[in-house]
Design a protein around this ligand. Structure first.
Ligand code: BES
Ligand code: ZN
Length: 629
């Protein structure tokens, strides 16, 4: 037998019948070997050799904008495996050795701008390797903020965003969601700053580390996908919210943030009632500086949040319900490949709404679900309902380019459809058992459908026919059995939309007493073409330009700019300069760029000013869309 196949066979055999590889350490999570679990966005070849544990010892260098130090990797390899292949992007590798400091041969292979380059290390008999390296100053996962980009304006700040494939720019490991690794880290930072990571904190106050520095230690003893390793460093403080919940943010924001997030403990309790024990110990959050590119990111034990969720009235806390729900869908059961990211995001959008219903009641949840339905329909219109990109499972050139109306909203509506057909009690019991059966394992679309057939459908042919599972997952468009939103959710708003579209005056509408969802529904549902006079009337009557709610302001700006309403431009400029959340920033630039000679120069002028403040993922997205227009 050729050595490659002998090695492969040995690894698969050692994986045993259950698929779990066992060593002296905690059990190693299986890697899936089915063809649909092959990750096109990683250079790793886990069937030959795979990383099981990462130990980081890094200095955060705020002058050079680099993380510098060592990554020590524990490796599980098939007998005769000559090398391990890691992911890397822009890393400056100084040396690779075995555990006894004997140098190992390594090579950097060919790659591309999206995926970085494969780092192959000749491991011989070594099962632990030490990589001494530095990240590049423009590492895609990391954003090094100046003091002026923080609320306090006195200290610099560092934040990371790993999902989908950015962590390879600061951690040399196998950066594939199907390969789970335990990890530990020691991070040294300038003394006045505090480091937090997405794991257990082992040195809450930090330890002196010489030269005016302090070191913080962390560990994650559950195997996780590499995209879930995250770090933030800054002048931050902590406030407990409940026995196992709390929040970090800059000291000046702590009171407002703690008030906004006060329902978090109740959300954890609600999620546990639905989906079983919370398995990660603490559920803390950090509200980051405004350049954080996402609404939230489900880093285990420490959700990362945009400050745009701090609306002052707890109206936007569904983002917390969402990130918390990823503690089951995503962090416990993880999409093995990014073309199945609906398994993370669709399940989570569904679970988010169930948590919202338990904590805030049916009406609020049904309104948010109705907005999600609208977002799915908008995505269908934008992509075309026969486009392959409207299937839940679809291939992507760049895993960071997913369309949320499909993987989030169509994904959630698929699960709501199953719920409606089989009934809540039976569906809830199934979902709870699914998370328990596959905890700490990767999952594919095919794996989920097989599990559903084995544990829910169990050969019931009539039920199988009603569900249309394969249509939902593999075909474009919206199957005809889709669970519709509650028509009563926005009954009053929809009546107001009709009155307004018929020419009725804005001042007569009860906009002021509507919640954010009702306001957004109204702004999206009225006729897309509006005259300058009508827009001015709305702005005056509803105070739209002054809205402190980011979702309402966003909906207003899209409507106003799509109608070339010049008085909205200064508001857009203020909004775009105030935060870097991609879901707001990119569509506003896109709306402007679509307005030809009127909007294009405005987009360019604003972007020249705001681009330097954005995280790399927001910059990449806007760069690309402005090039395309
Ligand atoms: N995991 C996502 C963020 C993400 C997705 C990062 C894909 C990179 C690639 C996170 O859970 C998320 O969905 N955030 C949303 C908020 C949510 C309430 C819809 C966001 O950022 O808007
Ligand atoms: Zn999510």
């Amino acid at each position: 037998m050729r050595p490659f196949f002998a090695a492969l066979l040995a690894l698969l055999v050692s994986a045993g019948a259950s698929g779990a590889i066992r060593t002296g350490r905690p059990p190693v999570a299986p890697v899936l070997t089915a063809p649909e679990a092959h990750d096109a966005h990683s250079f790793a070849r886990p069937e030959i050799a795979r990383v099981t544990h990462v130990a980081l010892d890094l200095d955060a260098d705020f002058e050079a904008h680099r993380m510098a130090g060592t990554a020590t990797l524990d490796i599980q390899a098939a007998r005769g495996a000559g090398e391990i292949v890691l992911d890397s992007a822009g890393l400056d590798i100084e040396a690779v050795t075995d555990a006894r400091r004997r140098p190992l041969r390594w090579t950097m292979g060919q790659g591309d701008a999206v995926h970085g380059r494969p780092l192959s290390v000749a491991i011989g008999a070594a099962r632990r390797i030490v990589i001494r390296y530095r990240s590049a100053p423009d590492a895609a996962a990391l954003q090094w903020l100046t003091p002026e980009q923080t609320v306090g304006r006195r200290h610099p700040y560092l934040l990371s965003q790993g999902e989908a494939i950015l962590n390879r720019s600061w951690i040399p490991t196998q950066d594939s969601p199907g390969i789970r690794q335990t990890w530990e880290a020691r991070i040294s930072v300038p003394a006045p700053l505090t480091a937090v990571m997405s794991g257990e904190r082992l040195s809450p106050r930090g330890e002196p580390a010489g030269r005016g520095r302090r070191a913080f230690r962390f560990r994650m003893t559950h195997p996780v996908a590499s995209y879930l390793i995250a770090i933030a460093v800054g002048d931050i403080a902590f406030r407990p919210l409940g026995p196992r919940t709390g929040v970090w943010t800059e000291p000046a924001m702590l009171d407002a943030v703690a008030a906004e997030l006060r329902d978090t403990e109740a959300m954890v309790a609600a999620a546990e009632r639905l989906y079983g024990r919370y398995r990660w110990g603490r559920y803390d959050m950090i509200v980051l500086p405004p350049s954080f590119p996402y609404g939230g990111m489900e880093n285990p034990t420490l959700t990362f949040l945009t400050p745009t969720v701090i609306a002052g009235d707890r109206s936007l806390v569904s983002v917390i319900a969402h990130e918390l729900s990823h503690s089951w869908s995503g962090n416990l059961v993880t999409n093995a490949v990014w073309s199945d990211s609906w398994l993370n995001e669709g399940f989570t959008t569904y679970a988010e709404n169930r948590v919202m219903e338990l904590v805030y009641g049916r009406h609020r949840a049904s309104q948010e679900a109705a907005l999600s339905w609208d977002d799915m329909q908008a995505a269908m219109r934008q992509l075309g309902a026969t486009s392959p990109a409207t299937a839940l499972h679809h291939d992507l050139d760049d895993p960071d380019g997913t369309v949320s109306g499909i993987i989030y909203d169509k994904g959630a509506i698929f699960l709501r459809t199953i719920e409606q057909i089989v009934g809540r009690p039976r569906w809830d019991a199934y979902l709870r058992s699914y998370f328990a059966r596959h905890a700490f394992e990767p999952m594919t679309s095919a794996g989920f459908l097989a599990d559903l057939r084995a544990h829910l459908i169990r050969g019931d042919r009539a039920l199988e026919a009603r569900l249309q599972l394969d249509r939902w997952v593999y075909q474009p468009g919206v199957p005809d059995n889709a669970a519709r939103p509650d028509p009563a959710a926005f009954a009053e708003v929809d009546a107001a939309v009709r009155a307004f579209d018929a020419g009725g005056p804005a001042a007569q509408l009860p906009f002021a007493r509507w919640n954010w969802a009702e306001r957004v529904r109204f702004l999206k549902a009225i006729a897309h073409r509006q005259s300058e006079a009508r827009l001015a009337e709305m702005d005056r009557a509803f105070g739209l330009s002054q809205s402190g709610n980011a979702e309402v302001l966003f909906a207003w700006l899209r409507l106003a700019l799509a109608n070339r309403y010049a008085p909205a431009v200064p508001t857009a400029e203020r909004f775009l300069a105030s935060m870097g959340r991609m879901r707001f920033v990119a569509p506003i630039f896109e709306t402007l760029a679509a307005q030809g000679d009127w909007g294009r120069p405005i987009a360019e002028r604003l972007y020249a000013r705001t681009r330097p403040g954005y995280h790399s993922v927001t910059r990449e997205r806007v760069d690309r869309l402005l090039r395309a227009h």
